[in-house]
Design a protein around this ligand. Structure first.
Ligand code: PMP
Length: 314
């Protein structure tokens, strides 16, 4: 789907997966003017296919587009395009409980620009791929290391939107951490270097007693759609859910820690290493994280929940 100069998107078309043509002078290639989204299409127990809150992804893309001065598709255009793409790939949606079809919408400045300017035209496209477990260890608890020097996002920057160029600056620390045997990196704030923000591609939650806390989104943390659902689930289950600044000490002192995101789902954290000191957390049966995970999984497989957008009837 392409936008014209006036920011109106024309109706797109389905095409077989393949390479696309783009101008070498496009704003996305030269200045990183681009956004992505990550969604999953699930097969329900009754065989139907559904998406989880796609309007949230559409709205988050619009928010990012405003930040990067790009036209964005309307919520209706976004959802209709996702629906058509998932339907065209329905044979790749695994059976219920066996994974999902990952859906990757992209919006980028495809117009050619010389000089540091936003592109006059943008392109919206979607591709999909079947998805199993995101982390190598499957559902095994994740061992995180806190990155003490390189922040992932800066105040006034683009950490709060899904800008394509938020990710490559931390490739090196994530690669280094994985080479040392950690599952992922937990980043700190760029000002005081003492509040946790998020993991390279997911949000973080810490549990202490009856209180479930997650860092507040103040422009440097991506407002995760899974994060928002978990806050609601936690409150519905009778826990106190807080969005606040979470100092490193609160993580090290937590009973449980877990990460959340569309691709990872809810991933229990088995340990966090800070200043070469490793602190371990409870995981598995009987934990609060497991209860929240089971509730979220139940909602995802459920046909009636209002948070679902039906793609295909059974
Ligand atoms: N933080 C970052 C940096 C991410 O890339 C993601 C994945 N989209 C998340 C958090 C989790 O967001 P969501 O629950 O919407 O997938």
């Amino acid at each position: 789907m392409e936008s014209t100069n006036g920011g109106i998107f024309s109706e797109g078309a389905l095409k077989p997966y393949g390479n696309i043509e783009i101008s070498p002078a496009s704003a996305v290639l030269n200045y990183g003017q681009g956004l992505f989204e990550g969604m999953k299409a699930y097969r329900r127990e009754d065989g139907g296919i559904q998406l989880f809150r796609p309007e949230e992804n559409a709205l988050r893309m619009q928010m990012g587009a405003e930040r990067l001065l790009m036209a964005a598709p309307s919520v209706e255009q976004f959802i209709s395009a996702v629906k058509q793409t998932v339907l065209a790939n329905k044979r790749w949606v695994p059976p219920c409980g066996k994974g999902s079809l990952y859906v990757r919408p992209l919006l980028f400045g495809s117009g050619a620009v010389m000089g540091i300017n936003p592109a006059p035209e943008s392109t919206f496209l979607i591709f999909t791929c079947p998805l199993g477990n995101f982390y190598k260890g499957g559902s095994a608890p994740l061992n995180l290391v806190i990155e003490e020097t390189l922040p992932r996002a800066y105040p006034g920057g683009t950490g709060g939107v899904k800008n394509i160029s938020n990710y490559s600056p931390v490739f090196s620390v994530v690669k280094e951490a994985k080479a040392k045997g950690f599952g992922d990196v937990l980043f700190l704030d760029a000002v005081d270097h003492k509040y946790v923000e998020e993991v390279s591609s997911c949000n973080i939650f810490v549990i202490k007693g009856n209180v479930i806390s997650t860092p507040e989104t103040d422009g440097t943390i991506l407002p995760g759609i899974t994060r928002k659902s978990i806050i609601q689930i936690a409150r519905d289950l009778g826990y106190q859910a807080e969005e606040r600044k979470v100092p490193v000490e609160d993580v090290l002192d937590a009973d449980e820690v877990f990460c959340s995101g569309t691709a990872v789902g809810i991933s229990p954290v088995g340990s966090v290493t800070y200043h070469h000191k490793r602190v371990e957390f409870k995981t598995g049966e009987g934990t609060v994280s497991q209860k929240i995970f089971d509730t979220l999984r139940g909602i995802l497989a459920e046909a009636q929940d209002k948070s679902h957008f039906p793609i295909m009837a059974p």
